[in-house]
Design a protein around this ligand. Structure first.
Ligand code: MLC
Length: 517
């Protein structure tokens, strides 16, 4: 994307706001109402606060706070100021945050008041100059200070190549990497999704996703802001909140777990979905059973799309018939649809050579939304791109003659649980450090609610008898809750192949029915 078409992502989003800034932009599940002018003024004040402290373009603002409209304004403020926004999952315990703080070297950190003591110590030790607090109740030093700043601010003139955000993703080696996304990456994707999903005046988005990941922060928020579409905003997903809001909504975005939990509610009916235009699912595979059950119950066909932190959105089932494909396309359950306009998509063999339609191989992509690399890890960046510049997604799949992509597996050892990525290597590393443990293997098994969850198989040291519950309790001190295996079992040994590698496929087979009949 050229610098001319992208000055500053905030400025581009702002251009989508409705002419009357005093209309509703966001209504929260606690009854707070924010206008577009509130978003504009609030983000200006926050940007002015950060700039008044001397933060320079390109410096990082690391943020671990509860979901709130003010947290969203902080993101917009970082964009306005040309700072790099680094959001962290609120589930990360101190031990994990310490790594991110050291790695990102933020100039400013924003955390919840309850964690200020511990986080400020680690932040200042890592060179941060300011540590603010922002609570779910809007209390804290950040808003106190920003309240004294001007509510006018001209977005910093940054080019499309300027970093807008770093999103941390774990990896198969256990160490998290920061995916660097630019203003140009984010804007290109926002514009494509806005067009492809047919955003129109009158749309209202139900926003129930967390705002520290690509799905909730970029895909959902950008589309709504760019379309000048109001949002119904819930701090966390509750089926009841969604059901109550549906009659006032036109677009919903969720992970498959949200769809299965909604289907468990007898109140989910076609009548309740009468104003709905579009249901979108992503971040984890949507089971065909869920896809069909949703169609039957609501009369709506869920649109499944595919992406990841490093690339934002890559493919989508069609919203309306896609002229490029003969105009006869439907949303096909079990597939993630077509390459989005501008996205290059190919299936490659082991030598990175493109394979023909129908052949199963590595999913590789390129295009304007593909990230510019991992933060300060040029070797890892190089390893994830082919010699001819395609990004290796780590997913395995095939493209049929009509262009639908179907994902059939992963080349990397990864569990997707309720839309969160969990890397077994990280969990195994933590288990193996515990007393009495010789080694471990963490595998993903099917789960009726979360799609897939981890099971830990632990080999004790000779003569030791570690308590599986104590192992899980110890992990909770070190890892985010969603990474904790849902079951831990002691085993005598782990099956290995001739090369000595643990045969996880055998383990997955053996433990497949742990949570499902
Ligand atoms: C919660 N738990 C999970 C979990 N969510 N465990 C595994 N995986 C998850 N996803 C844990 C809790 O810590 C708790 O453990 C226990 O499970 C029960 O929690 P719950 O109350 O039932 O969960 P809830 O808070 O309702 O959360 C479920 C959820 C949430 C589905 C609403 O996980 C969620 O918001 N997922 C969305 C994630 C997301 O936005 N991903 C986008 C990534 S971007 P304990 O031990 O405390 O009892 C991306 C790119 C793309 O992937 O393409 O979109």
């Amino acid at each position: 994307m050229s610098d001319e078409t992208c000055t500053n992502l905030y400025a581009a989003l702002r251009a989508g706001f409705p002419a009357d800034l005093d209309t509703l932009a966001i209504e929260t599940d606690t009854g707070l109402r924010y206008t577009w002018r509130d978003l504009e003024r609030g983000s200006a004040m926050l940007a002015n606060e950060l700039l008044s402290r001397g933060l320079q373009p390109g410096e990082r603002v690391l943020v671990q706070v509860d979901k709130s409209v003010e947290a969203l304004m902080l993101y917009l403020a970082a964009l306005r100021a040309g700072l790099v926004y680094v959001p962290l999952n609120t589930a990360y315990p101190d031990a994990e945050v310490a790594y991110f703080v050291r790695d990102a070297e933020p100039a400013a950190v924003v955390c919840v008041p309850e964690r200020f003591g511990r986080l400020s110590a680690m932040a200042f030790a890592a060179g941060a100059r300011f540590v603010y607090t922002l609570g779910a109740d809007r209390r804290g030093t950040l808003l106190d200070r920003a309240a004294q700043r001007s509510d006018a601010q001209v977005p910093a003139p940054v080019g499309g190549q300027a970093l807008a955000s770093i999103i941390y993703t774990s990896g198969t080696t256990g160490r998290s990497k920061g995916a660097m996304l630019t203003h140009g990456n984010l804007l290109a994707n926002a514009r494509v999704l806005h067009e492809y999903w047919g955003w129109q005046r009158g749309d209202v988005l139900m926003h129930v996703l967390p705002i520290f990941h690509v799905h909730g922060l970029f895909v959902a928020v950008h589309a709504a802001l760019l379309g000048g579409s109001p949002m119904l905003w819930a701090a966390r997903f509750e089926p009841r909140t969604v059901l109550d809001g549906l009659p006032r909504t036109t677009v919903f975005m969720g992970v498959p777990t949200m769809y299965t939990r909604l289907l468990a509610e007898p109140d989910l009916t076609a009548a309740r979905c009468a104003s709905m235009r579009l249901f979108i699912s992503g971040s984890a595979p949507l089971l065909i059973e869920t896809f069909r059950a949703w169609q039957q119950r609501t009369g709506h066909t869920i649109l499944e799309r595919y992406g990841m932190s490093e690339t934002i959105m890559l493919t989508s089932n069609p919203y309306r018939a896609d002229a490029r494909h003969g105009g006869q396309d439907e949303r096909r359950g079990g597939t993630v649809g077509f390459a989005l306009p501008g996205v290059g998509l190919r299936i490659a063999g082991p030598d990175d050579q493109p394979l023909p339609a129908g052949a199963i191989g590595a999913v590789q992509v390129r295009g304007p939304s593909v990230f510019v690399g991992y933060w300060r890890q040029p070797d890892k960046t190089r390893a994830e791109f082919t010699a001819d510049g395609w990004f290796r997604t780590g997913d395995v799949g095939f493209i049929d003659e009509r262009g639908y992509l179907t994902l059939v597996g992963r080349s990397k050892d990864l569990i997707i649980s309720g839309g969160y990525n969990v890397y077994p290597a990280e969990v195994e590393g933590a288990i193996n450090e515990l007393p009495g443990v010789a080694e471990s293997a963490v595998i993903g098994v099917p789960h009726p609610d979360l799609g897939e969850v981890g099971v830990a198989l632990v080999v004790p040291q000779p003569g030791a008898q570690p308590d599986p519950d104590a192992i899980l309790a110890a992990l909770r001190q070190r890892l985010a809750r969603y990474k904790i295996p849902k079951r831990c079992v002691l085993v005598e040994d782990l099956p290995r192949n001739a090369m000595g590698k643990v045969q996880k496929n055998l383990l997955r087979q053996r433990w497949r029915d742990t949570f499902v009949a």
